[in-house]
Design a protein around this ligand. Structure first.
Ligand SMILES: Nc1ncnc2c1ncn2[C@@H]1O[C@H](COP(=O)(O)OP(=O)(O)O)[C@@H](O)[C@H]1O
Ligand SMILES: [Mg+2]
Length: 247
């Protein structure tokens, strides 16, 4: 399979803290890949490094065959690489439709001007994606009035507005009622199979990620500890140690 994302020895420091220490990881086109590791192991930092949130201190990120490590967020999104956040970024005082429109405009690098425009082209796609995540009937509801789980679904739909080739999801099930988690997993799998979006998912719930991902990378203390199939990673004593040691 073709490599869609190739992270090569990425290093990111916050002052004296080395949050990513020569991290390498690959995501193949069409797969669902997982990224796990104890709290503070550098998972969210790696997402920021990949998506251009800040310059990296070392290494390179190759997306779709070209280096993107010198680019910032806007141009990277336009190349087809989007992300969601551990803390959802929903504009609470705006309706679901307005949130969707903001995200499509954000991928063009101009967030707020959208509110003065109709963005007709994006309207149909926004409605389709709200249906896809089961929020169509909430389209005129204020984002801030949605439940936490519904906000996560809205954020997922917002990320799909830019028609990403690769979507990075940062703990999509965190804080979601266990009975709603299966519905979300089903949406992730359908986005992968039906919309053709390759996924890299940070997930703290082991049951979820072991069932979802074909290939998993585990970080600990900013470094890659293990990488392989769910079975290989689950049975790796270093991974068990890292999690038990973090309790
Ligand atoms: N903005 C920041 N400034 C300083 N240190 C940070 C910042 N963000 C994260 N860190 C530190 O970097 C390390 C990795 O954090 P993070 O990437 O959030 O880990 P994870 O997502 O795996 O929980 C931690 O030690 C954390 O305290
Ligand atoms: Mg995190």
């Amino acid at each position: 399979m073709t490599l869609l994302l190739d992270v090569r020895d990425v290093t990111k420091r916050y002052g004296g803290v080395v949050a990513n220490d020569a991290v390498s990881l690959q995501v193949r086109e069409g797969e669902i890949a997982g990224l796990i590791g104890p709290n503070g192991s550098g998972k969210t930092t790696l997402f920021g490094a990949i998506t251009g949130a800040y310059p990296v201190d070392g290494g390179d990120v190759i997306f779709n065959g070209a280096s993107i490590s010198h680019l910032r967020v806007g141009p990277i999104v336009r190349q087809g690489l989007a992300r969601t956040y551990q803390q959802t970024r929903i504009y609470g005082e705006m309706t679901c439709m307005e949130n969707m429109q903001i995200s499509s405009r954000a991928s063009q690098g101009n967030v707020m001007s959208l509110l003065r425009l109709k963005a007709r082209g994006a309207q149909t796609r926004a409605e389709d994606l709200l249906s896809f995540v089961g929020l169509h009937e909430k389209r005129f509801e204020y984002g801030g009035r949605l439940s936490f789980g519904q906000q996560k679904l809205l954020e997922f739909a917002m990320a799909l507005m830019s028609e990403p080739k690769l979507l990075l999801l940062d703990e999509p099930t965190a804080g979601i009622n266990p009975t709603l988690i299966n519905g979300l997993i089903d949406r992730l799998q359908r986005a992968n199979k039906e919309l053709g979006v390759t996924l890299l998912v940070i997930e703290h719930n082991m049951r979820v990620i072991m069932n979802l991902a074909e290939h998993i990378t585990c970080l600990a203390h900013g470094r890659v500890l293990a990488s392989g199939t769910p079975d290989e990673v689950r049975n790796d004593p270093r991974v068990l140690d890292a999690y038990l040691g973090a309790q």
